[in-house]
Structure formats: C-alpha cells, structure tokens
Ligand binder design. Structure first.
Ligand code: XBP
Ligand code: MG
Length: 225
C-alpha cells in the first residue's frame, strides 16, 4: 500500500548540502576573528552532533576555548545568513530522483513533509535554490530543528511532522541519509528508506527498511514508485 505521506530529511537527502554548511561555518568563524577551521575530516566527525549550535559547543569543548553559550546563537545566525547567500549564488542540485519523486508523489495526492535538524530559513533557501519556489509550495508540512526540544537522533522532529500532517507513523515513510536520521525516524515509529550521502556513506543504517543509492524510480521500493 502507498504511504499517505513522504517525510524527507533535508541535508544529505534532498541535496548534498554539507559542504555549503561547512563553508558557511568556516567563513563565519573567520569573519568573527576566531581561529577555528573545520576540515572535511573534522567535519565528518562533528556531523555526529546534529545542529550547528550544538556542533559549535562540542568544538569549543575540544578546543578548550571559544564563544560563550550566550554568543553562539548570534554566531549561528551569521552562519545561517551566509549559508543562504551561498545557496542563492547557485550551483546546488537536488540529488538524483528527488525532483521526480516529489512531483510524482504530489500528483498522486500523497502529502509531502520535511523533518530536519537544520532551521527553517535553510529549508527556504534550499527550496528557492532548487525548485525556485517557496518551501510551503513544495512541502505541505515543515518541521525544523529549532522548533523541537531535542534534535535527531531524538524522535521529536518526526513526531512534530506527523502531528502537523495529522497522520500515524504507519501511514508515512521517512527518507533519510544518516544514522542519526534513521534513529530519529525509527524512534518516532516510522519506516525509513536510506540514501547514503557523501558524509554518511560509512554510517550504520540498522533499522532501515531499505538502503538504496538514490531515489531514482528503479531504486525505489515498489510502494514508492
Ligand atoms: C544535518 C545537520 C545540520 C546541518 C547544519 O542534519 O546536522 O545541523 O549540518 O544545520 P539533517 P544548522 O540531515 O538531519 O538535517 O547549522 O542550521 O543547525
Ligand atoms: Mg541528513
């Protein structure tokens, strides 16, 4: 049976966004006069901590010094603005199959939602960059990291998406790219399909219903085709 709704993770699932995030973090640090720089290798480790503000706090603990808890929100707002500018400058593409799946599901009357660790302006920036449409024209429901008490791997953001959809977990399916995403969706009771991304290829996806290279029709489970 077809699920009534598809709930998409954003970073790594809709598009390979993490290099744009990393660039935004590094440019923000540099502009603020911080001698912080996250290499790809460092960032791969840091991605285990979901959420940019949380990631900065983990890095401060590793460095032994840095911005205070009071300063981090403003630093993160600068990062969000910079990320928006990076996406608006072009060059970001949806991952293979995403545009088609979204269009097909919408035409079939399935509801479309987002459950993400990132914040609402970043979902907006991605939808404008990749669909040239506002996020609420692409998705019926958006549930974002700063709206919930606990980010992934906690179930909160998926539970919020389900509540806004007015659906039970068995009526929807989550599409994810990371272990933290799988844990979050499973904790909310959702079946999960995984498309590993550049930074998550080595993750443990135990609990996923299927792990597929991308969301093109040939790879999709029958119920999503
Ligand atoms: C991705 C993340 C996010 C982004 C940064 O998780 O962990 O924190 O890297 O976003 P998901 P913010 O794929 O579950 O969205 O800086 O806005 O927190
Ligand atoms: Mg992700």
């Amino acid at each position: 049976m077809r699920p009534a709704a598809l709930i998409f993770d954003v970073d790594g699932t809709l598009a390979e966004t993490e290099e744009a995030h990393r660039r935004a973090f590094n440019e923000t640090f540099s502009e603020a006069g911080l001698d912080w720089h996250w290499s790809r290798e460092t960032y791969a480790d840091l991605l285990r901590t979901t959420g940019g503000k949380e990631r900065m706090r983990v890095w401060r603990a590793a460095m032994g010094d840095g911005p205070t808890d009071d300063e981090i929100p403003a630093l993160h707002r600068s990062k969000t603005a910079r990320y928006g500018d990076i996406l608006a400058s072009g060059g970001l593409a949806l991952r293979p199959g995403v545009a088609e799946l979204v269009a097909t599901a919408c035409a079939r009357g399935q509801r479309l939602a987002v459950a993400t660790t990132t914040n609402t302006p970043n979902v907006e920036a991605l939808c404008q960059a990749c669909w040239t449409q506002p996020a609420d024209r692409v998705f019926d429901v958006i549930a974002a990291g700063d709206e919930v008490a606990a980010k992934k791997p906690a179930p909160d953001v998926y539970l919020l998406a389900l509540e806004r959809l007015g659906l039970r977990p068995a009526d929807a399916v989550a599409l994810e790219d990371s272990r933290n995403g799988v844990l979050s969706a499973r904790a909310a009771g959702l079946p999960v399909i995984v498309t590993p991304s550049a930074y998550t290829a080595g993750d443990d996806f135990t609990g996923a219903q299927a792990v597929i290279p991308d969301l093109t029709p040939d790879n999709l489970p029958t119920a999503l085709r």
